[in-house]
Design a protein around this ligand. Sequence first.
Ligand SMILES: [Zn+2]
Length: 327
Amino acid sequence: MKEGSGHHKEIGLRLKTRRQDILRLIASAASALVVVACSGGDSLQPTPEATPSTTTSPATRTTSPARPASPPAPSPPAPTPTTAGDPGEPRGLPIDATQPVGLTDYRDENRTLAWGAGPGALAYSRDYQPGGDHFAGNAGGWNCRVHVAFEGHPAVDWYIPVGTPIRATMNGTATLFTITTTNAFDYYDRPRAPYVGFPMPTASVSPFPGPGGGKGVYIEVRNQEFVTESAHLSLAPTMAIVPKGAFLPGFESGAPLVEQFAPMRSYLDATPIASWTVARGDVIGFSGDSGYSEAPHLHYTIRRTAGGSLLCPTAEDGFADGGWLFR
Ligand SMILES: [Zn+2]
């Protein structure tokens, strides 16, 4: 991510900051009405099938529910995610459960990331679950609630370094799509920092005059029952692991494809590049910072093939059919 020169100094401070301190600071600012753009262009990204029901205009996504009075209770130690059972169901994490994740810090308006300061991905997913407190969720970098509250659909963002292997969470057909390989913040020359984690009202939900780049480079895994998406990937390393013969007509592996998709296009203009069969656990790509991405991260969603509405990957309250990460 691109930061000012003061970023590294701030990281040192943040590493010493305990979560309780963060929560206390959160509480002091809890009355603010907040606007969020967590991976905000995601809201402008219907699925490739252009499911219209979850798409709202930026102007309608400006309110926040009131914050609960107390922080969430500590969670028990996270068990190893279950990956047994029906391989056609999306289970477990699409990244290494022990992969250290970044911790967002929004105590000041910079709201930068402390890389690796967060827990492993599984603990981050479970222990930092807000339980109705999306402020606390964002203190942990947990964003399912954010997507629900401000973008109309559940999703999970793990702040992980570019190049992290992404794995299939179920058996199915993987399709690599490309909207753009360019980061929208870079493209429009806008600062990213205010959008990391939990933007306050000073940061508009959609800062861009045009399409925001959406999910950038992303991989869909589809079978008869489910569709998962892993977004904001890096195109070149992902293309390098696409099996021989999997590229769709007109495409092939190599640098020219990266250049071809660098110019910003409409977030609706997702082009399938390659398609191949995968099994749960297969590496299907590498994380990145493409599309509308305020910092390198993985955006992960699950939905049913029929119907199109997204399922909450977490066990967060408010969803009849959630908890897919932990099954
Ligand atoms: Zn996201």
